[in-house]
Design a protein around this ligand. Structure first.
Ligand code: ATP
Length: 335
């Protein structure tokens, strides 16, 4: 279970402050996203320091993957409406053209997808898929790319790396495929790595190894990483910062240790209670329900499921304010 993973944070002493840091690589500001009538993201803001790790946490449908896809320019526009800013090294990704994205995607921003078996192309060998970005984006010769590909596969812990280059994805286990995906994502030394549930398709016994590998490899390169995770405990162990999302709204965000030790939002409290500890008596489920994405719905999206909801929670959206070392959007936080 997550409690046994013991994944060290990159910089426990220098946990990222709740406010946007001056040395932020990424600043997402008031990001709202609509698909038709549905408001999928509602005024989402967070920042990520250079070299830091941040987890987007929340239940299915919270909008985590949508944020990751927006950050790598893979949302099918104009079907989605985007408002707000995503400042990456000062440039607004929200207004990037496809030409801009060709310079960014895979070079400065890379992504590891949930399921390596569907992200890798079954028709091409591991070597072909790994050497393509090295040749196209870094301009290496075939021989240089092959040598670098072997080094990258060795770096992500694949034994017999040279012969793996000639293997097809189906000849590798799920864990090996995800290691190949990690090698591909890191091959161009991106400044920002997006890891969307990178272990959800894997056996629980190797999940910690893969998370640790991603952390180690991004740290070695001084890169920043955004993990999309369901598991609050894993997020708090792996990441410096946590952003808790519900129904496309940020409920609570701040240094991972602070948020897990003393959650203030009833939703974060509920998520924490859902984490199975080895010595716990029983799991405490959150009340059932799912958020409405109606664009005109006022108030806190969690209100219909919240045991602490006040009358005003359904009618008036709580602002995201700085309090007790984190940012919180709640009219009636846990004392
Ligand atoms: N291509 C799409 N077309 C229409 N609605 C979509 C599309 N992709 C996502 N959505 C909707 O956007 C909302 C957020 O989805 P998203 O996948 O970002 O959530 P998530 O938090 O990543 O969930 P999960 O953990 O299940 O991946 C959901 O209501 C989902 O139904």
């Amino acid at each position: 279970m997550a409690a046994a993973l013991a994944i060290p944070r990159s910089d426990p002493a220098g946990a990222t402050p709740a406010a946007a840091p001056a040395d932020a690589l990424l600043r997402v500001e008031n990001l709202s996203l609509t698909r038709g009538e549905k408001l999928i993201l509602d005024d989402v803001s967070f920042a990520l320091k250079r070299g830091a790790t941040l987890a987007l946490v929340g239940e299915s449908g919270a909008g985590k993957s949508t944020i990751a896809l927006a950050l790598i320019g893979l949302l099918a526009r104009p079907q989605v409406g985007l408002d707000g800013r995503m400042l990456f090294d000062g440039a607004d990704l929200a207004t990037s053209s496809e030409r801009d994205w060709l310079r960014l995607r895979g070079r400065r921003i890379s992504m590891i997808f949930q399921d390596a078996s569907s992200a890798l192309n079954p028709c091409f060998t591991v070597g072909a898929q790994l050497m393509t970005p090295l040749r196209r984006l870094l301009g290496l010769s075939k021989a240089q790319a092959r040598k670098r590909a072997v080094e990258l596969l060795e770096g992500v812990g694949l034994s017999d790396a040279e012969s793996r280059l000639d293997a097809y994805p189906h000849q590798l286990s799920g864990g090996m495929q995800q290691r190949v995906m990690i090698a591909i994502a890191l091959s161009t030394n991106p400044e920002l790595l997006l890891a969307d549930e990178p272990t959800s398709a894997l056996d629980v016994t190797i999940q910690a190894q893969i998370v640790r590998l991603i952390l180690d490899e991004t740290r070695k390169r001084g890169a920043s990483c955004i993990f999309v995770l369901h598991d609050l405990a894993l997020a708090s162990q792996a990441c410096d910062e946590i952003v808790v999302l519900y129904g496309g709204q940020v409920m609570e965000a701040g240094p991972a240790e602070t948020v897990l030790r003393e959650p203030l939002h009833p939703y974060t409290v509920g998520l924490k209670a859902c984490v199975l500890e080895i010595d716990t008596e029983e799991l405490e489920p959150l009340p059932s329900g799912s958020p409405s994405f109606a664009s005109k719905r006022p108030g806190c999206r969690f209100a219909p499921r919240c045991a602490s909801a006040l009358e005003k929670c359904a009618g008036e959206k709580p602002p995201l304010i700085e309090t007790r070392g984190r940012r919180l959007a709640c009219w009636n936080p846990v004392a």
